[in-house]
Design a protein around this ligand. Sequence first.
Ligand SMILES: [Zn+2]
Length: 501
Amino acid sequence: MFTRNCLIFTRNSHRWVKPNGHDTGIKVFNCTARTKVPLIVKNKNLVTWYTCGPTVYDSSHIGHASCFVKLDIIQRLLRHYFNLNVVTVMNITDIDDKIIARANTAKVPPKELAKKFEAEFWKDLDALDVRRPDCVLRVTENMDVIKNFIRELIDKGKAYKAGDNSVYFDVGAYDNYAKLQNIGEDAPEPSKFKKSKMDFALWKAAKPGEISWVSEWGKGRPGWHIECSALAGHVLGPEIDIHAGGIDLRFPHHENEEAQSCARYCRPQWVNYWLHTGHLHLKDSQKMSKSLHNTISISSMLEDTTAPAFRMACLMSHYRSRMEYSNEFVITASKVLQNYINFVDNCQNYLNGYLKADVDNDTVSKLVVESANKIHSALIDDFNTSEVISTINELISAVNSILHSSRTDLCDTKSVAVIAASNLVSSTLNMFGINVNKKQSSVCDNYVEVMNILNDFRQSIRQLGISNKDKNVLELCDKVRDNLKSIGITIKDHGKMSSWS
Ligand SMILES: [Zn+2]
């Protein structure tokens, strides 16, 4: 048994190291600095981003969905608004205690179970319109990479093999622990095999009959924290611009990742910026988690709402904030989204002359410039999307009141600033991953259904006209047919039946 006297972790002595490179102009919250700091990337043409991926033992829930959608929004902004070439990497934890336990219950090999839930995870991300990472690394396919990392830590005196045949990271041999958050002032007590209670497993010795991999420390498998350090380091190297995940990963997972990697690369800082998304809570309830059995799967959520409405809900709360999920919240988000679709459609109607209004071009133009400036200020202030949504709501409300309060049939000039307002709304939403162009969204989905209803209705009326030998009714039916023909829809009558194309 090892003993170590008093290990006290305070974080005041740890300082965030400001990187050298391209200043993006964005201020981002940094948990090491505990404040907003300038986001400086090493190279604007190669920004490195690592996200902790899922442990694939069950269906993903809407807590995961909010994390991945929020990170997708930030990635889209960095790529399309700030013009950065972002390369994204994610791990898949395809071997773990939970996978083994679940596979045993289901009487299937762990590999098979992991494969099934990984496929479901990608399907969920696709349904949420989240761009897949550029590079995906699975733990079971990279055992040598992970073992090499552990070996280096042992060689550097930062890890040790204990009496239980597992390998542990020696927290006491590393100076900067508790860098990302306070972990209390209590001195950790020694435990049976570890030097300190704080030490965490890098290599877990296999239990009898359990799936395992051969190593110089005996049969076993990697601990969770080492996977991310090893896989991220394998492709992104000793300095990473951005590392992201949910706030629950900050301690101990991210703390341990940072400790291992700094120890391996002999650097004071491995990740320059940690991005943590806030929890999703069910309203009037606790944090949603598998262990509390209060989860809603992504697929069942998408039966009740749409991916754009859920994305809108994510935009309406700051990425770092706790998000209260409820039916009312999603309905509110859907209404905001519908308001944007209606606004863009209204502006198009104004341009096409269907909506007549006497608009002062300068007034609207000023509103557009002010809104664009506010949107920019919000985006460079730690990606404040909720502020952007408020700004867009105000712009829409102001332009709508101009369009509707000054209706006139005498107006013969058009304000192009109205179109600029519409463009600002649609391009901002498009950048966030939401299409508010009506032709390509809601109406398009219902178009076939509406035409079927109209065709059936006309067919019934026409049958009545034929039975009653009513010339007027038949003429009205022909008129509908001709009007539809003029917008490219053909109706064909076959005796008493009709079809459309
Ligand atoms: Zn991780």
